[in-house]
Write a protein that binds this ligand. Sequence first.
Ligand SMILES: [Zn+2]
Length: 180
Amino acid sequence: MLHPDYRYCPNCASLLAVSAIAGRERKACPACGFTHWNNPAPVVAGLVQLGDQILLARNAAWPPKTFALITGFLEAGETPEEGIAREVKEETNLDVERASLIGVYEFTRKNELIVAYHVMASGSVRLSEELVEYRMVAPERLRPWRAGTGLAVADWMRARNLPFEFVDLPLRPQPQQHDS
Ligand SMILES: [Zn+2]
């Protein structure tokens, strides 16, 4: 997938041209030879456990009742473990005591690669401006979805012999009444 907005060479500012390089169409610079490989960006994700419950958060950009894991891009120079500890701290104010890898997942829709951790956290929750609300959910009440971090939730539940059903969208707590 070619990044639609990437038009100019970051080295010399020439207009990039599409050409076949190493078996795929890629954008490359005719002036200096720079190739935009468009590799997936690594994202760290945290299934954050506080006490015996899992914290799910709703991003300000998401519809109501849509809750999911804490995620963020890995920064240059940090390990994935450092990345998830930083993201959890920035977004929830919680301290990561231990992070264990759940797995690595494709998210080709956004050209990302997700490195998902189960995080044991401590402290008190204070959300960043990116997040508008959070819920604490018992592990057996998690409802994974069939993409990205949802697959990590499913693998984590499977490893603990927790029965689950997939849902169509990121986690929605069982509604008490019907929403239109
Ligand atoms: Zn160039």
